[in-house]
Design a binder for this molecule. Structure first.
Ligand code: GAR
Length: 204
């Protein structure tokens, strides 16, 4: 009787995180991946952190965590198409199952978004669909909002649109400044983003 040899090749689901600055959301995801043993439990790992700014603070955190880092400096490119093409090459080196925008402050071209359709997500510091774009906290205060928050969403070609995957709500307190409100929202971002990433990884 012939014996069949079954080889189960388990491929890791790679997460690539894009940052532009501090990278505290990226750090929250990296810490959650470690603390919750995503490698064992979800077959997933943070494979790379890529920044469009060479001096992004988050790069140092990622390096220290033993994660591959890269910089694709948008200032070195002549236009969005050229930058997005170079960014795509850098991302695709890691064969990502999920591309996570974490404080990545670039508008992406429709071609780039289409290439990662269904596996490109973002966190935005407002209760979308309210306040897409910049200065979300000051705008919420100016409008007299009693509540503010953050949204994790699928990325589409339209800025800060796309199916909402998770939201967190915080109160706007009397006398709040944009910075105070941003800090309150950010603590919630650090909770919902890792959770939303883990939820998606389970579905992939
Ligand atoms: C976060 O508040 C994130 O929601 C926001 O930038 C901050 C980045 O902080 N993103 C956007 O405004 C995207 N439109 P972090 O670098 O510490 O994660």
């Amino acid at each position: 009787m012939r014996r069949a040899l079954i080889i189960v090749a388990r491929t890791m689901k790679n997460i690539v995180i894009l940052i532009s600055g501090t990278g505290s959301n990226m750090a929250a995801i990296v810490r959650a991946a470690e603390a919750q043993r995503w490698g064992e439990r979800l077959g997933a790992r943070v494979a790379a952190v890529i920044s469009n700014r060479p001096n992004a603070g988050g790069l140092e955190f990622a390096r220290k965590a033993g994660i591959a880092t890269a910089v694709v400096d948008h200032q070195a490119f002549d236009g969005r198409e050229a930058f997005d093409a170079a960014l795509r090459v850098e991302i695709d080196r890691h064969a990502p199952s999920l591309v996570v925008l974490a404080g990545f402050m670039r508008i992406l071209t429709p071609g780039f978004v289409a290439h990662y359709a269904g596996r490109l997500i973002n966190i935005h510091p407002s209760l979308l669909p309210a306040f897409p774009g910049l200065h979300t906290h000051q705008r919420a205060i100016d409008e007299g909002c009693r509540f503010a928050g953050a949204s994790v969403h699928q990325v589409t070609a339209e800025l800060d649109h796309g199916h909402i995957l998770a939201q967190a709500v915080v109160p706007v307190l009397p006398g709040d400044t944009a910075d105070a409100l941003a800090a309150r929202v950010l603590t919630q971002e650090h909770l919902i983003y890792p959770r939303a990433v883990a939820d998606l990884l389970r579905q992939l």
